[in-house]
Design a protein around this ligand. Sequence first.
Ligand SMILES: [Zn+2]
Length: 388
Amino acid sequence: MSTQFITEGWTKLEVPELARFRTRAGDYAPSLAPVFYNPHMELCRDISVSAVQVLADELGSIRFCDPLAGVGVRGLRYAKEVKGNVTVVVNDRSREAFELIKRNVELNGLTSIVDARNEDANVLLLGGRGKFDFVDLDPFGSPAPFVDAACAALARRGMLAVTATDTAPLSGTHARACLRRYGAKPLKTEYCHELGIRILIGFAQRVAGKHELALAPVLAHATRHYFRVYMRARRGARRADELLAQQGYVSHCNACGRRRFTQGMATGLPSSCECGSRFAHAGPLWLGRLMDRTIVHKVAGDLVERNFKLGQQELVLLNRCAEEADGPPAFYDVHEVARRAGVSPPKIVELIAKLREVSYFASRTHFSGTGFRTDAPIDELVKIFKCA
Ligand SMILES: [Zn+2]
């Protein structure tokens, strides 16, 4: 395999020669390379470094596991860039990846704190290597096959981070694949990416429930290519039950745009909307908060100090996340509501000010540049749009 050297964050890496792996259209295709490294995920990994730092600061020391490591970029970046007492297990089942990981460990002078492994991810996590404070599931595709073992390996007060690149199933393009992998029904709506992230969280929480573990999301973000969630673990059957009680269903009316939320798994779902049309449903999924505003601010604060190349973009994203943290599920799209009201769309900033004036929650959302989050019902919104 021909390789090249790059620097990401403060870490040097030997990676497959990127120019050699392209689709016919000319885009870089990391999945074609013999060892996985996706340069387009740098933003996601920068934010992760800061998230791990925030956790390390709180716990004092941190034991970390990157079970699907590829070239080892995540684990090595945490080992190199997170300040404090950090020990890391970096693992990939591919022999070629393992050889590359070992060279990257040497390259960064990390032999004393990184344990490189060459095992199946689930075998590693279940293999009695002790508990981990942070487990990062960053597979190519769906993380679903690894969540159970990750929960089993998670320490009390630990954190589970999950990346999903199978955004099409989660967002409703391949509903059967979503049902098969995550046990939930997705729905194509203007906020389908948010529903996808909520389905991913809901799935992880139900798996964690088997281990009497409660996983509360503290940060979640979506781009076109992937979803990323960070969930804080607490032990205890009661805590797990309390979280699971915040799962449920979103019912959406395509005719008028109304949304209904039904908490709980066993309750009946509304079949028809006030407008007379039938509701379509998504779930079971997480209906609670996607972010913990305090944690998001701490992560952003750490990022500012690091001065990463993509720092500005990362801060814009995190500030949006903090802004929408306390909002209700299912954001609206300004064009969609304007179309229903038969008017041209107002400026989002003005709309948000207007909604806050009449005491509704209102914020922008990181999910969409034309999206806004509010607890105002659709009929109210249409009225406000018509007045504006
Ligand atoms: Zn309706």
